[in-house]
Design a protein around this ligand. Structure first.
Ligand code: HXC
Length: 257
């Protein structure tokens, strides 16, 4: 199905979503949020896809939720429409997501990046939660995911002042895993995603699930979850293949079995 606000394609084993409302700096309107959910659900269902890259333009990953669309809404409007709730469909996708961020990632745009498993930033990236300047607060998980990513001190600084942080600060504080020159950003994200997609699918999903559990539970419970998931992977043919290939000094051929 064609999308109005996204360009959705596959590159080998990688699903690529490009946010595409250039005139509004990729402001996330209701259509885009719905379409993101649909595109990710389609990648989730597509056996050929092992990882997803989400990117924007050079100037903006996404400059936030669409302020024009929200400006006249009442409490009843946003409550009954569950504004902010549409994002559940983004995090429900079990396949790893890499955000490739260039330019502005503000408000809901920053939160979309935070919902990804890995964030690569170009040197031009700027992250911020400017909601406070609009008389609101982050509503797509920013107060929670940003705090888990960068800690309370910096999260409070960003959420309460609305200031932006550059790529260096975002990397130093733990939101961003790699800073990449702008012209190489998408290629490097696609390459990392292709690498992830080349591994045993079960191992990849289990690894992501286990790391995600760390944000939810205490250490001993998390370690127990990890141990069970680790042990369960010995039921896969891919584990047998991966270890046999190492012993036989050849490349493994994972078959997702
Ligand atoms: C709607 C937006 C927009 C947004 C930019 N535009 N951001 N439209 N919603 N979030 C539009 C502008 O209105 C303008 O349209 C066009 O994109 C270009 O933007 P400019 O402002 O002219 O560009 P520039 O001067 O380069 O400034 C870039 C900017 C600024 C610093 C990123 O656009 C900005 O501050 N945007 C708002 C950022 C923000 O507050 N985001 C948080 C939103 S709240 P026209 O038609 O005039 O050319 C949020 C809440 C999430 O995300 C939780 C909800 C549940």
């Amino acid at each position: 199905a064609p999308f109005e606000t996204l360009i959705v394609e596959t590159r080998g084993g990688v699903g690529l979503i490009t946010l595409n409302r250039p005139k509004a700096l990729n402001a996330l309107n209701a259509t885009m949020i719905r379409e993101l959910g649909e595109a990710l659900a389609a990648f989730e269902a597509n056996e050929a896809v092992g990882a997803v890259v989400i990117t924007g333009s050079d100037k903006a990953f996404a400059a936030g939720a669409d302020i024009r669309e929200m400006a006249d809404k009442s409490f009843s409007d946003v409550y009954l429409a569950d504004l902010g709730g549409g994002w559940r469909r983004v995090v429900e996708c079990r396949k790893p997501r890499i955000a490739a961020v260039s330019g502005y990632a503000l408000g809901g745009g920053a939160e979309l990046a935070q919902m990804c498993d890995i964030v690569f930033a170009s040197e031009t990236a700027k992250f911020g939660q400017p909601e406070i300047t609009l008389g609101i607060i982050p509503g797509f998980g920013g107060t929670q995911r940003l705090t888990r990513a960068v800690g309370k001190a910096k999260a409070m600084d960003l959420v309460l002042t609305g200031r932006m942080m550059d790529a260096q600060e975002a990397e130093k504080s733990g939101l961003v895993s790699r800073i990449v020159p702008a012209e190489k950003l998408l290629d490097e994200a696609l390459e990392a995603a292709a690498k992830i997609a080349s591994f045993s699918r079960a191992a990849v999903l289990a690894a992501k699930e286990a790391v995600d559990v760390a944000a939810e539970v205490g250490l001993s419970e998390g370690a127990r979850f990890e141990r069970r998931a680790f042990q369960a992977l010995f039921a896969t043919e891919d584990q047998t293949e991966g270890m046999a290939a190492f012993v036989e000094k050849r490349k493994p051929e994972f078959r997702n079995r």
